[in-house]
Write a protein that binds this ligand. Sequence first.
Ligand code: S3P
Length: 174
Amino acid sequence: MDQKSNIILIGFMGSGKTSVGERLAKRLSYNFCDTDQLLERNAGDSINHIFSVHGEEYFRDMETQLLQELSSSLEQTVLSTGGGLPIREQNSERLKELGFVVFLKASKNTTVDRLMGDTTRPLLKGEELEQKVERMLDIRTPIYEKAAHMVITTDHKTIDEIVELIMIAYLKQK
Ligand code: S3P
């Protein structure tokens, strides 16, 4: 496959992109980047605050812009992406050009358990977490599936097991 040497992790909030990404990068001796962390660092502001002051579209534009900037420089990197980043088609197309895209797919129940009590995700604020997650998963799951080269169901798997599966698939297609 004529593809850059990067692995991109996509999936819903709480699907384990950052934990898996950090460990995967260590195993491969790759760099690790997280789009949320990069955006917060560049803006000198929290995602929560960016959403509340400027709104979601502004944040999505920041994501698109960041991805554009990363495209020329990313090599030997595991990139963990914000859960909404692949929803814009231009972003998901760019991700596929950037590297091997893996969708970490967690069930609704696992996702809700992990996100219960979270205060860092503006889109999940307020009541009815379960209904929100269900509605968003219904819309986003087919988009994540289309955007990915590989789908891993993560329920009942350890981080190490997920890392192993990604490494085997990545090194095979390289
Ligand atoms: C979002 C996911 C978050 C963050 C922002 C919006 C989303 O990232 O980018 O709160 O739309 O799903 P994580 O997936 O890392 O939580």
